[in-house]
Design a protein around this ligand. Structure first.
Ligand code: PMV
Length: 347
């Protein structure tokens, strides 16, 4: 099929890991499997305009973010194209305009790499599908996740929903190091529409990027024990997802978050991404949980912001607590209300 020009468009969500990916091998192969909730409201919307060009020497593209041309976004996208061109060779046959926007504020400390890279990978796959219309839906989604992984590891968990596993695990059928798959085992109603209120403790750029952090797991004293623990925690979550035991869920999820940050603090060189208000919030959550017995918990990604997780059935009481007690620790009182979503969508 010869396609001269056209436009494809996708929206892809962010995701929050329950068992964390921290440490990788070559080619964005994770050192351990991870599992995440796909989010609903934090999304990137990307439109890819393409038109056939002469010559195949180099990539030709422009990047627009929220309407403005962005030269500084190009190196990251060029690196992405360089990594994926062996799987998507048609990328050099076209010139592109990439138009992107986020549903969340750019400077929120919310990483847009997961939603951004998965939205772009899906656009690339839509072009491939135009060139090869017989492609199956299953192949399309797996390859989109495969490509997204090469952009940013955790981005491969942003294609599907509501729970996605990335990384080979002996007890999770069809799991792969190469792409994320929907968690196919039983999931209790307690986890349906789970809530995630994201407290924006620090909206600045973080001092240490996650790629530097991943690399510091090479030669880390605790690396092997950590990778084994992640495998173990994922196995432990299986019956917890099935039975809906929120007490056990909280124990694993909070431990994962603190372990992620303790890996940072025990790296050489060591670093710390939590801020004093991150700790204030964690301590308040523990106090409230002890006092009320309500199943509210936290997780952290590679930054100071706190994701407050809780089941929908306790939403009213827990959100009241968040507003009254936790929002005061947020930068300018800013937070984002999100919940578990179902994955990327074509527009
Ligand atoms: O996808 P990356 O390379 O930005 O790494 C993300 C790492 C964590 O967010 C800390 C954990 C995870 O599994 O998402």
């Amino acid at each position: 099929e010869i396609i001269e020009q056209g436009t494809v468009s996708w929206q892809a969500p962010s995701n929050i890991a329950l068992v964390k990916y921290w440490g990788k091998k070559e080619h964005q192969i994770p050192a351990n499997p991870s599992v995440s909730f796909t989010l609903k409201n934090c999304r990137t919307i990307t439109k890819l305009d393409f038109s056939k060009k002469d010559g195949q020497e180099d990539f030709e593209f422009e990047v627009f973010f929220e309407g403005n041309k962005k030269e500084d976004f190009k190196p990251k996208i060029r690196t992405f194209f360089e990594r994926i061109v062996q799987y998507s060779p048609f990328l050099k046959d076209y010139q592109f305009e990439i138009h992107s926007e986020n549903t969340f504020p750019h400077s929120s400390g919310i990483a847009s790499s997961a939603s951004g890279m998965s939205a772009l990978a899906l656009c690339v796959m839509s072009l491939e599908k135009k060139l090869n219309p017989e492609m199956s839906e299953d192949f399309f989604r797996k390859k989109a996740s495969f490509l997204a992984r090469l952009g940013s590891g955790s981005a491969c968990r942003s294609i599907e929903g509501d729970l996605v596993v990335w990384g080979k695990h002996k007890e999770i059928k069809d799991s792969s190091d190469l792409f994320g798959v929907n968690y196919a085992d039983e999931v209790h109603d307690n986890f349906k529409n789970f809530q995630d209120t994201i407290l924006l403790v620090d909206k600045g750029r973080k001092e240490v990027s996650s790629s530097v952090g991943h690399n510091l797991m090479h030669g880390h004293s605790f690396a092997e024990a950590r990778f084994a623990q992640a495998n173990d925690n994922l196995a432990k979550l299986k019956p917890i997802f099935a039975e809906g035991d929120l007490t056990k869920f909280i124990e694993i999820v909070e431990s994962e978050a603190l372990t992620l940050h303790s890996m940072m603090m025990s790296s050489r060189p060591y670093f710390m991404l939590m801020k004093p208000n991150t700790l204030e919030i964690i301590i308040k959550i523990w106090g409230f949980r002890k006092q009320t017995g309500l199943p509210v918990s936290f997780t952290l990604d590679a930054g100071a912001n706190v994701h407050v997780l809780y089941p929908e059935k306790d939403k009213v009481k827990i959100f009241e607590f968040i507003k009254n007690e936790l929002v005061a620790y947020c930068e300018n009182g800013h937070y984002i209300c999100d919940s578990v979503g179902s994955g990327a969508k074509q527009l």
